[in-house]
Design a protein around this ligand. Structure first.
Ligand code: TMP
Length: 244
């Protein structure tokens, strides 16, 4: 579904060797947009390495299972360190080698998520996350973090399959609860999605704050439209950032 975009778009070929991160709260539709960019870049002849967090390596996927399993209990610090352990493995064995080979690396989440979820959401200090993050990542910085933003209500409705597939993030759990049930957890949520509305609101606010604090390395994208509209915004933004 990348027909709307000529594969010869010059900005696509300029992405070789770059590190892009797709971010946003659960239900933002970021993974749908990521896939479209991966397909467009590959069609333009750019070698792409696509990864996700937590996960992306065999041990990382094992860590992901533990982190998202609703029956796992752990302290906030243990949780943050597990996300970082998955990240350390991913950076050293996949991301850095791919960047050295001149490939485009596109990650579904990175450090921005830890600042949003374990920092703003959970209450860990930014300094602690930054310190551990430096060790985990060799201090590599993404060229651009694209933050897909929708309000909390829309995001929650999408993750719970209410109100159709706006942004491409709708209905992943295949259940249709009523909007009145959006405040509390759903049976179908993973361990992180089960957090309450206060937590999720802090996560959303953190994404906005991080984008505002460093607009050079972050781009905020309005993800309230449907997948096609959001892709148009994504392509336009990439054209502006990498086109010339
Ligand atoms: P995903 O559903 O986008 O694959 O992300 C998995 C969940 O993990 C999501 O709810 C966000 C959460 N998460 C954190 O809490 N901290 C992190 O550092 C990362 C990478 C993800």
């Amino acid at each position: 579904m990348t027909e709307a975009l000529p594969t010869s778009a010059a900005w696509l070929t300029r992405l070789a060797g770059k590190f892009l991160v797709f971010e946003g709260p659960d239900g933002s539709g970021k993974s749908t947009q990521l896939k479209r960019l991966v397909d467009a870049a590959a069609a333009a002849g750019v070698k792409v390495t696509q990864v996700r967090e937590p996960g992306g390596t065999p041990v990382g996927e094992q860590i992901r299972s533990v982190l998202l399993d609703p029956s796992s209990t752990m302290t906030l610090r243990a949780e943050m360190l597990l996300y970082m352990a998955s990240r350390a493995q991913l950076v050293e064995t996949i991301i850095n080698p791919a960047l050295s080979r001149g490939e485009l690396v596109i990650a579904d989440r990175f450090l921005t998520s830890t600042f949003a979820y374990q920092g703003a959401g959970g209450g860990l200090s930014e300094q602690d996350i930054r310190d551990v993050g430096r060790v985990a990542t060799f201090d590599i910085r993404p060229d651009l973090v694209l933050i897909y933003y929708v309000d909390v209500t829309t995001a929650t409705m999408r993750t719970r399959g209410v109100g159709g597939g706006g942004g491409g993030g709708g209905g992943k759990k295949g259940t249709r609860p009523t909007p009145a049930s959006l405040q509390g957890p759903s049976l179908f949520d993973d361990r992180i999605e089960q957090r309450d509305l206060t937590f999720r609101t802090r996560v959303h606010e953190s994404y906005l704050a991080q984008a505002k604090a460093d607009p050079t390395h972050h781009a905020l994208i309005d993800a309230s439209g449907n997948a096609e509209q959001v892709w148009e915004l994504t392509a336009k933004l990439m054209q502006q950032r990498f086109g010339a």
